[in-house]
Design a binder for this molecule. Structure first.
Ligand code: MN
Length: 146
């Protein structure tokens, strides 16, 4: 049975978290193993194996039980976009003066729900705000509950 094209993959929060974690592991360790993914996402290895097989069937990665896994071109493109979105939202909240401990949690929630249109608008806003230190200095106190 031919696998479904990557475009048909369900872009659930879980799928996005997996792809983000896998790319992060590949970037930092050079490879991604089920055990590392399970540890990073705090999910059982059996669950990770199920999801990895699903992502393989969707054409986002290639999984070989004893050799680990690699992202396909489609999977890597999607993962890079997810990572880029995470970084942009992190930059935005950091610019507003939100505490580092809050930023990560907020971004992990926001990133799965934000539309490309809103993300583009925030990207433009971040660029504009870089040249607005006075405006930022009036905003930043509010990020600390003041
Ligand atoms: Mn993230």
């Amino acid at each position: 049975m031919p696998s479904k094209p990557a475009a048909a993959a369900v872009r659930s929060s879980a799928v996005e978290d997996y792809l983000e974690r896998i790319l992060d592991l590949i970037n930092t360790k050079g490879y991604a193993r089920v055990a590392d993914i399970a540890q990073g996402l705090k999910i059982s290895q059996a669950s990770v194996t199920n999801m990895v097989q699903r992502l393989d069937a969707e054409g986002l990665l290639k999984y070989e039980k004893y050799r680990g896994l690699v992202l396909t071109t489609a999977g890597e493109t999607l993962a890079r976009n997810i990572m880029r979105r995470h970084h942009l939202l992190t930059d935005f909240l950091r610019m507003l003066g939100v505490d580092e401990s809050v930023i990560y949690r907020d971004v992990e929630g926001m990133e799965h729900h934000i539309s490309p249109q809103t993300l583009h608008a925030i990207e433009a806003l971040v660029e504009e705000l870089k040249s607005q230190p006075n405006l930022l200095s009036r905003i930043r106190p509010h990020a600390n509950g003041n």
